[in-house]
Design a protein around this ligand. Structure first.
Ligand code: FDA
Length: 311
């Protein structure tokens, strides 16, 4: 029920923002073991191996180097170098993959100009490799500045090289979708993984889903290539229905799912001829990402607690 899932979700999302817990939690074996279902490894090469395996199953990928807690300009520059290595490696290996980048990783929380500059360097590298950077969306305190930075980069580099993410949980999202489509900015639509207040986000899951469907229709009607990112079969059916109604061919948009979640559904969509891209996170700083995945599904938490109790 909603009540039974609400409390653990808020608690886990709260704990996700407590980096102090990171090192203690990451030492627990059952915690690490469960995390390895959702994280492709700690190094770039482990992530490349995971993407090769996905590729063999007909899936595309988007690499994400996890690191939300950068604190100094030097650390942000190390993130930029990581993405430069990553984009070069994707080219050499020849897998169908792009990259996802968070602006906090580029320094957004302490220096907006630096964040833009770092993101610009990554998008320039992607453009040189004829690749694409998806700027992930984080909590609502940075929605506006994130979209402003994507607009700026889109103006500099063009539609095929950079795109945005919108979260159907936010009340503003349908309107944002219309504006971004008018500016020909490619969008990944997801539900939203952060703890938000009711003045900016729908507290009720049914409203989040209804907003997802409305926004999905805006995207599919735009004539552009967008990503529908969800594991919710009802959302996927709604997208397929709408595409059929509009006579859109397969490949007019892509489905996107997270590494380690609903492999069966990923494969079914590929078998049916739809492009499917898997978000592949890797790196040492996987704690907040993993906590958001735990929060999404109480069964994950129950599984973890059982294993921790067994020791
Ligand atoms: P919902 O949560 O309703 O889940 C539907 C079904 O999916 C569940 O019943 C279960 O079967 C399965 N499922 C979902 N989550 C699971 C989990 N953790 N473990 C096991 N099963 C699970 N968010 C954000 O705020 N900013 C972003 O940039 C992104 N980027 C992003 C990229 C991609 C490719 C995806 C798929 C998702 C994101 N997200 C995101 C996360 C997104 O906002 C959302 O939190 C999750 O996708 C879960 O929502 P669903 O749409 O899957 O629906």
């Amino acid at each position: 029920t909603t009540d039974a899932t609400h409390l653990p979700r808020s608690a886990l999302l709260f704990l996700a923002r407590r980096p102090g817990l990171e090192s203690a939690a990451m030492r627990l074996r059952p915690f690490r073991r469960l995390a390895s279902r959702f994280i492709a490894g700690e190094t770039l090469e482990e992530a490349v191996d995971a993407v090769k395996a996905l590729s063999a199953r007909g899936l595309m990928a988007s690499f994400d180097h996890l690191n939300e807690a950068v604190q100094t300009p030097e650390e942000t520059r190390e993130e930029v170098r990581q993405y430069q290595r990553l984009l070069a490696r994707i080219d050499v290996v020849g897998v169908r993959a792009n990259v996802s980048l968070k602006l906090t990783q580029c320094g957004l929380l302490f220096d907006e100009a630096l964040a833009l500059e770092n993101a610009r360097t990554v998008v320039a590298e992607a453009a040189a490799h004829d690749s694409f950077v998806r700027i992930d969306m984080e909590d609502s305190s940075v929605t506006q500045v994130t979209l402003d930075i994507v607009r700026q980069l889109r103006a500099e580099f063009g539609e095929p090289h950079v795109g945005a993410v919108l979260q159907s949980a936010l009340r503003r999202t349908e309107q944002d979708a219309k504006e971004l489509c008018a500016q020909r900015i490619r969008i990944r639509l997801c539900k939203g993984a952060y703890l938000e207040k009711p003045d900016v986000a729908f507290p009720d899951k049914r409203d989040v889903d209804a907003s997802f469907v409305r926004t999905m229709r805006v995207l599919l009607d735009s004539g552009m290539y967008h990503g529908i990112a969800t594991h919710d079969e009802r959302m996927i059916e709604a997208a397929l229905d709408h595409a059929a109604k509009r006579g859109l061919p397969r490949g007019a948009f892509e489905f996107q799912m997270l590494y380690g979640i609903r492999r069966d559904l990923q494969e079914r969509l590929v078998r049916e001829g739809h492009p499917v891209r898997i978000y592949v996170p890797y790196g040492r700083h996987w704690y907040p990402y993993f906590m958001r995945r735990l929060a999404e599904r109480p069964a994950n938490l129950a599984f973890l607690l059982r294993n921790l109790a067994r020791g």
